[in-house]
Design a protein around this ligand. Sequence first.
Ligand SMILES: *Cc1c(COP(=O)(O)O)cnc(C)c1O
Length: 472
Amino acid sequence: MSAPYDDDGFDLEENSVDDLDGFGDGIDRDDDDVPMQSNAELVLLHDAAHVWHPYTQHHQAPLPVPIVRAKGAWLYDANERPILDAISSWWVTTHGHCQDDIIDAITEQAKRLDQVIFAGFTHEPAAALAAELVQRLPRGLSKIFFSDDGSTAVEVAIKLSLQSFANRGTPRRLIAALNNAYHGDTFGAMAASGRGVFTQMYEPLLFEVARLPDPTEGDTIAALDALIAERGSELAAVIVEPLVLGASGMRVWDEQVLQDIRERTAAAGVHLIADEVLTGFGRTGPLFACERADVRPDLLCMSKGLTGGVLPLGATAATEDIFDAFRSADRAKTFFHGHSYTANPIACAAALASLELFDDDSEDDRVRIEVAHARHLDALRRVKGVRTVRQIGTIAAVELDAPAGYLSDIGRELAAYALQEGVLLRPLGNVAYCLPPYCITDEELDLVYGVMHRFLGGARAEMLTTGGPVDD
Ligand SMILES: *Cc1c(COP(=O)(O)O)cnc(C)c1O
């Protein structure tokens, strides 16, 4: 086990399952008989025995950090140690943790209507949310299909495109996607995603996807032109992460390329699917990245920031034209897709409250963050150990001078160092990034960048020679 997480001396071996009295009632702790610390130990004990974490190699992963509460940009561990959430808890938290208006909306909604089947029934939070989203989405997107998360929002978009062509009697079965793309972990989303450690394993089972060069590495438009010339009548949709390839290292790409993709796909009758699961809800500046490039896609996927990052919810927006392809006296043309929790009222209420917050001073905050990022990146770009920096809106990335790739060591070293310093970073291989909740202050951003500077300025070398805190 590695050092940064167990410096309070916790030893898994010393605890036995007989010690679990009082565990579980620790969530809402009015009684203080069980000290916090021992409760955290029990969390770790149960966790180690029974929990399988995402993206985690359990053979060597450091102990997870038990978090007991959060507020604004901060997480608090069991010892009340604050940890600054510089990555919005995996890109979801928009306004800040436990934002009062969102929590109130959830509480009120939970008392009134918790859940109802969404086929044959509807409710105010879903209907109001659909209407509010349509008002703010790029023009032309008028129908909202709800799902559970980013991956399912992508699955829905791909299936809607394919079936709309089939329903019209002109089937097209080919999807095109960018190299280095990430669209989620379900099978359709994996097929669309670039090949790498996440998807290689399943390669033989993934459907064919035409690959276009990622705009940061090649001529996407020339490749798209060639693809359309050769297989245009087979091509149903091109799916992209607009303006920034997130998971492959916050690779920022040009608005003009997105506009050209839109122009070429429109001319060929091919759908453009904008996967705004990351970029949606202000990350690139405006509410949607497509807006920034003045592009109107046929389908647009949302999730992460949709509820302000509080509850899981996915949504796919579609044009009236795509919706019309499913309207028919022939029941076989129905979109036979749905999830048990489709349009959960509590999640929709959170999303509505979050949208309202975007109407207030959220934009000022985002502009302020954008300016602070630019200033810090400008300083970092000159630091030894930094290969390059990039930014779009509130997303800032620092590519470190180290072997690339998701499995690169330097990222984990930086994450361990940052955590020790009270900052949550989770670099993508050799790419460190700051993607904060919009409530983060300039002083808090100083803390984040301070950690990066210290790491590059010698803390890393020191850590490597002393053997800690990284042993992963
Ligand atoms: C995170 C992400 C997804 C997957 O969303 P999940 O909610 O994790 O399933 C899809 N597309 C993009 C661009 C993402 O960043």
